[in-house]
Design a protein around this ligand. Sequence first.
Ligand SMILES: Nc1ncnc2c1ncn2[C@@H]1O[C@H](COP(=O)(O)OP(=O)(O)O)[C@@H](O)[C@H]1O
Ligand SMILES: [Mg+2]
Length: 259
Amino acid sequence: MSKIIAVSNQKGGVSKTTVSYNLGACMALNHGKRVLLIDADPQANLSKYLGYEPDRSPTMTQLVMTACMNGAISSEITESAVRHCEKANVDYIPSDLNLASCEILMTSALSRETVLKRILSENVTDGYDFVIIDCLPSLGTMLINALTSADKVLIPVQTQEFSMDGLQALESLIQQIKTTINPKLELLGILPTMVDRTKISKYCIEILHEKYGGILFRTSISRAIEAANSAKNKIPLCLSTGKLSAEYENLTQEVIERC
Ligand SMILES: Nc1ncnc2c1ncn2[C@@H]1O[C@H](COP(=O)(O)OP(=O)(O)O)[C@@H](O)[C@H]1O
Ligand SMILES: [Mg+2]
């Protein structure tokens, strides 16, 4: 059975996409895992990172539209949306800007929380060890769908001023979804990202430790230019030689252990 991990934080720019891509790539390249990445953000940064070029096959937009309008969606349609990224050795379903308008469609659909769950049926996910959903920066219907489909939530937190604002709202949404539609949902861990030598970064890590203890990953991810270069060159960090390569390897080991 595959484990479905939602990478979420309603704040933008905290490393959700960088974590989704590099965790998936490291699982596949260093640990031989079969990985499916889902781009659930209309900004489609993950799709671009994976080297996606628009083509005629369906994206998340068409899948969500079909599932909203027809209720059920066949695994054949979903499978036709799956692409492969050679460099990261992962499969993925891309997104595009039109996914933004689907959020409105979803809001009025019957059983609107389970649209993504119906798309990611067991027939589709069974061949994978891990499915990683890169969530959009919002607490809207698409995020509720990601949390309804997921087994685990990974929350990257940028260790900067105001970074912990809003964490409470996300935690309370996770709790609500767990008690209503998805009892198996669990917090996989909180990941400090963009850690640097500043006082504010140190202070944030202390607060996170105090508040979350063992839920915090032992690994944290440093702020380093390698991250931007990896996105620009579309090369996974685990194939580089800098410190983010080792940090992502440690994170991947921890995630596999915790799952
Ligand atoms: N560890 C890091 N160090 C420095 N820059 C980073 C790091 N991780 C991500 N970035 C950069 O920060 C920006 C936001 O990261 P991204 O993963 O797109 O965040 P999100 O998906 O949460 O919006 C991107 O330009 C990315 O290259
Ligand atoms: Mg993103």
